[in-house]
Design a protein around this ligand. Structure first.
Ligand code: C5P
Length: 239
């Protein structure tokens, strides 16, 4: 297998079947546009398993994802999509960067309706927020595709929120990335795990996601948080 690309948390390899790629989830953890960087034991295995579990669930609910299989811990076979360089964030509860933008909401406040936002994937510009016009002017997606990404983000939220609530977790927000398949259909790609969701324990309010790392917790605490998230979503211990 030939390495096609390497990102902050995944390596992409080509496969003999050009319609597919292999994604190796790395143990690297980064924050602040890659300025903070560490390694967390088994993080790749944990996030690949959580993403697989949630993507399988989404598929059942009619949201197409790039997941094909998880042949080994930490290694996912996925459909080879042409990725759109956008981060699509859906927010139920005020947290993170939106607190700097939206007056009248403090951390933990519920929004009267879910908010979907688009950001350009660009570390040197610090992932600026984009509106529909920006996305079209940059030729990243057309009007129909923008509407489809928004629809799929909201649909994902509709399924995910109650699913995680049953596991005693509150889904404050999450991020999706999308790509186009060979027919131009918009499909959920990338990952959905402790790196890309804000999850709070319903009883204790404990943070169960990457925010513990962003907030500067010791790495042992970060490892423990990822393990807790794994136990709640996948069950058992990572292999
Ligand atoms: O930082 P912000 O508040 O905009 O993050 C919103 C959601 O998107 C969070 O769940 C965060 O983990 C996720 N996110 C991400 N990758 C980024 C930026 C945000 O997964 N580059």
């Amino acid at each position: 297998m030939e390495k096609v690309a390497e990102g902050k948390t995944k390596i992409i390899y080509s496969m003999p079947d050009l319609e597919k790629v292999t994604l190796k989830f790395k143990d690297d953890i980064t924050a602040f546009d890659g300025k903070k960087h560490d390694l967390i034991k088994d993080k790749g295995v944990i996030n690949a398993a959580i993403t697989t579990k949630l993507f399988r669930y989404l598929e059942k609910e009619g949201v197409s994802t790039h997941l094909v299989d998880l042949p080994q811990p930490g290694v996912m076979v996925a459909r080879n999509l042409k990725m759109i360089p956008l981060e699509v964030v859906c927010r139920n509860i005020a947290a993170g960067h939106i607190l700097e933008r939206l007056p009248g909401f403090k951390k933990g406040d519920s929004f009267p309706k879910p908010i979907v936002e688009f950001f350009l994937k660009n570390d040197s510009l610090h992932d600026p927020i984009l509106n529909d016009d920006h996305i079209q002017v940059l030729a990243l997606a057309n009007k129909r595709e923008i509407a489809e990404m928004k629809r799929l983000a909201l649909k994902t939220n509709e399924f995910l929120k109650p699913y995680l609530l049953k596991k005693e977790m509150i889904l404050a927000d999450f991020k999706l990335e999308f790509g186009r398949d060979s027919k131009g259909k918009i499909i959920v790609g990338d990952e959905l795990d402790c790196d890309s969701m804000r999850l709070w324990d319903i009883k204790t309010g404990e943070i169960l996601d990457k925010d513990v790392y962003r907030q500067g917790a010791p790495l042992e605490k970060v490892t423990e948080t990822y393990l807790k998230c794994y136990r709640k979503i996948v069950g058992g211990e990572p292999k």
